[in-house]
Design a protein around this ligand. Structure first.
Ligand SMILES: NC(=O)c1ccc[n+]([C@@H]2O[C@H](COP(=O)([O-])OP(=O)(O)OC[C@H]3O[C@@H](n4cnc5c(N)ncnc54)[C@H](OP(=O)(O)O)[C@@H]3O)[C@@H](O)[C@H]2O)c1
Length: 440
């Protein structure tokens, strides 16, 4: 985004000041006061710190109304200035052009307390292997809750605040970084975004690494495309690792969830002979059967380990893999995506945990599940999703061909993004919770 410089002169209104100049640079407002004897004082204030005062009509540091700003000058003095209409108009215009709306949190805590729709700075430059996407739809995931609560901070501490929420999006490419081959401005795309400082799908714009990006077929809606990334890529990668395929018996726990609804269908698409799952009786069990599950165990009244035998592959989405020993045959693979990750899985995800984090992970390791699998002659592993544009392209092509049906618990307008997040974080959703961003 080119730097635009706005400058002007304000009415003095003060017996001591001759002139008050303002200049509005990329991210800050600079005020300069020239006294009657030619002495000057200068100070800057960060543009983002003016968002709340401009929106609420109050200044952050207690000035009387929304037209006053206090800045600390270079020599440490406090300078309060009454902004006239020209400065306010320039500030509001700059706010619109330099910031965007996003669902974000400013500190760790419970989502209800710390998560809100807010204004954050627009990405000002597109790194080489990234594209800037105008977001049309975004999806929430349980990991967003974990991140907000601080459950990931030992593994991946936040590097920039406020932290924008969300990993799944679909939208249109607005700008292309210099090494972002294969994508052009105007392409409709979807992604399970990279983790870290550039994440943040529930926003007007997002910087997305090309390795995570896939082109969205015209026949697939933005909301459907946004729902696929994290849950679908996880399901595909876990089922591949477990060896789902022709003739195989596959057991997926939590069939009505974001991962489960896709995993049931993908297991069938890969040719699996039998797909069993768990869901509460009623609409969730019916949903799982309609997606292709051959066996649905009502987990609220029955124990799956009493009913299922001889399974080749387990995909555990509910942290119940310790109960899967009786379910699997010799040579089976139990893949879990829930509970505490193993040190190996963390390394596979490209993270380098320090000694203390490794110690904690080892202490919390799901030894019971590992031993249950071992006793049955099966393998057990924890899988961390690896964001993959290629896998997402496969999922999108299946949706386009009518072979895979995204299941949406609901679609919320951007204004109600926090409600969409709350529904996802409740752990009761039926498929995915999606937010539309086109009109924000
Ligand atoms: N390792 C990774 O890379 C990775 C990737 C994706 C997800 N995950 C993890 O995988 C888990 C599942 O993710 P998700 O997005 O599918 O979650 P989700 O969409 O929030 O799952 C909600 C669904 O799970 C059902 N459910 C809850 N407990 C159940 C149980 N004991 N048996 C059967 N169904 C149950 C709920 O139905 P009821 O209301 O009827 O209970 C609800 O429909 C989460 O812990 C998530 O963090 C990990």
């Amino acid at each position: 985004m080119p730097a635009v410089h706005v400058a002007g002169e304000l009415a003095t209104g003060s017996a001591h000041a001759k002139k008050r100049h303002f200049s509005l640079d990329d991210d800050s407002l600079t005020l300069k006061l020239t006294g009657r004897r030619g002495k000057t004082a200068k100070g800057s204030v960060d543009l983002l710190s003016l968002v709340a005062p401009l929106q609420s009509g109050k200044t952050s540091d207690g000035a009387r109304d929304g037209t006053s700003f206090t800045v600390t000058t270079e020599d440490g003095k406090r300078l309060t200035i009454s902004a006239d209409n020209s400065l306010l108009a320039a500030l509001r215009e700059r706010m619109r052009s330099r910031t965007m709306r996003a669902l974000a949190f400013g500190r760790h805590g419970s989502p209800q307390e710390v998560m809100k729709l807010t204004r954050v700075l627009l990405p000002s430059a597109v790194p080489p292997s990234f594209v800037l996407v105008r977001v049309h739809a975004a999806a929430l995931n349980p990991i967003d809750k974990l991140r907000i609560e601080g459950g990931l901070k030992a593994l991946r501490p936040e590097a920039a605040w406020p932290v924008k929420i969300g990993y799944d999006l679909a939208g249109v490419v607005e700008k292309v970084g210099e090494d972002a081959y294969g994508f052009a401005v105007g392409d409709a795309v979807a992604a399970r975004m990279q983790s870290g400082v550039y994440s943040g799908a529930v926003a007007q714009f997002a910087l997305v690494h090309v390795a995570t990006l896939a082109k969205k077929p015209a026949a697939v809606s933005f909301t459907d495309a946004a729902s696929l990334g994290l849950a679908g890529e996880t399901a595909l990668q876990a089922l591949r690792r477990g060896g789902a395929g022709p003739g195989k018996k596959v057991f997926i726990t939590g069939g009505a969830g974001g991962v489960g609804t896709l995993a049931i269908q993908i297991a069938k698409l890969l040719g699996s002979a039998t797909v069993a799952t768990t869901a509460s009786a009623g609409e969730k069990a019916e949903l799982c059967a309609s997606l292709g599950a051959d066996v649905v165990v009502d987990y609220t009244s029955r124990r799956f380990e009493d009913e299922l035998r001889g399974y080749d592959v387990v995909l555990d989405t509910t942290n119940e893999s310790a109960r899967c020993g009786a379910v699997v045959r010799d040579g089976a693979h139990v893949v879990t995506i829930a509970g505490t990750p193993t040190v190996e899985a963390v390394h596979e995800a490209g993270l380098q945990p320090n000694f203390i984090v490794r110690h904690v992970l080892n202490k919390k390791r799901n030894v019971a599940a590992e031993q249950a699998a071992k006793r049955a002659g099966a393998q057990w592993s924890y899988l961390f999703l690896k964001p993959s544009g290629a896998d997402l392209a496969t999922l999108l092509s299946w949706v386009k061909e009518g072979k895979l049906k995204p299941v949406l618990d609901g679609v919320w307008p951007f204004e109600e993004a926090a409600a969409a997040a709350a529904r996802c974080f409740s752990g009761r959703a039926k498929g995915k919770c999606v937010v539309t961003c086109a009109e924000c």
